[in-house]
Design a protein around this ligand. Structure first.
Ligand SMILES: [Zn+2]
Length: 164
């Protein structure tokens, strides 16, 4: 009398061998493609940073796309600025400060690397960016910035990721 019981373990053994073979193939493929990918990426390209700001008073500005991209880093460095009339953070171009921001005229703006807004005793660097042509480094530190709403030096910046 025949039963079908032996087929089940045989099938699962085959499946197991198939999966482990697949995994080994994937590992080998990754081993070969990874160095190629690393070589293909132009070295030391900078990636723009995504930064959020918040203050204990309740003010917050989420996910600002800072600095530049691969195609525009020579002319554009987006950096947070205080818009005095709107009492909020806007993004201006550090490499063209006279342009102002779409939502704030340049005359009302002060960039957050200005000593009047920056922390008196800077803590750890949150994000930094090398400006082109040896024009220095644009950096944001963790806390102690002037808040656009309450005016206290209690505004902090947080790094939320990268963009290109
Ligand atoms: Zn505040």
């Amino acid at each position: 009398m025949r039963t079908d019981t032996p087929t089940a373990p045989r099938r699962s053994r085959f499946l197991g061998r198939f999966i482990s073979g697949l995994l080994a193939w994937c590992a080998k493929a990754a081993l070969f493609t990874l160095p190629v990918l690393l070589l293909a990426v132009p070295s030391p390209a900078q990636s723009g940073a995504i930064v959020s700001a918040s203050c204990p008073c309740g003010y917050q500005r989420e996910r600002m796309f800072l600095f530049g991209g691969l195609t525009n880093f020579r002319t554009v460095c987006r950096f947070p600025a205080l818009c005095r009339t709107a009492r909020t953070i806007v993004l201006g171009n550090l490499l063209d400060p006279a342009a102002g921001a779409g939502d704030c005229p340049a005359s009302d703006m002060a960039f957050y690397n200005d000593p009047s807004l920056a922390p008196e005793h800077p803590g750890p660097v949150v994000v930094s960016w090398n400006l082109p042509d040896g024009r220095g480094v644009a950096a944001l530190f963790e806390g102690g910035y002037v808040c656009p709403v309450c005016g206290q030096r209690t505004l902090t910046f947080r790094h939320d990721g990268f963009w290109e």
